[in-house]
Design a protein around this ligand. Structure first.
Ligand SMILES: [Zn+2]
Length: 78
């Protein structure tokens, strides 16, 4: 009886637990993600977000460069 799984522990008493940020399942509070599959998903989405952030930075810098060019170029053409 000493080998009770965390699922049983949660069933017995709704003790300290967290919900997996990927799939929303209940899991023990000492874990960050419920399963290896969710871990993989998490790493994947994090990588994607980092990529997205980089693109946003490039876009922002590009926009600023265009604005600067326009600001300097408009007085010449007008
Ligand atoms: Zn999960």
């Amino acid at each position: 009886m000493s080998q009770s799984s965390w699922k049983d522990q949660i069933k017995q008493k709704w003790g300290p637990h967290l919900h997996c940020p990927i799939c929303g399942k209940a899991m023990p509070s000492d874990r960050k993600l419920c399963s290896q599959a969710c871990k993989d998903n998490y790493i994947k989405s994090e990588k994607k977000q980092k990529k997205k952030g980089r693109y946003q930075m490039i876009f922002l810098v590009g926009m600023m460069a265009v604005m600067m060019i326009l600001m300097f170029a408009l007085p010449i053409f007008s």
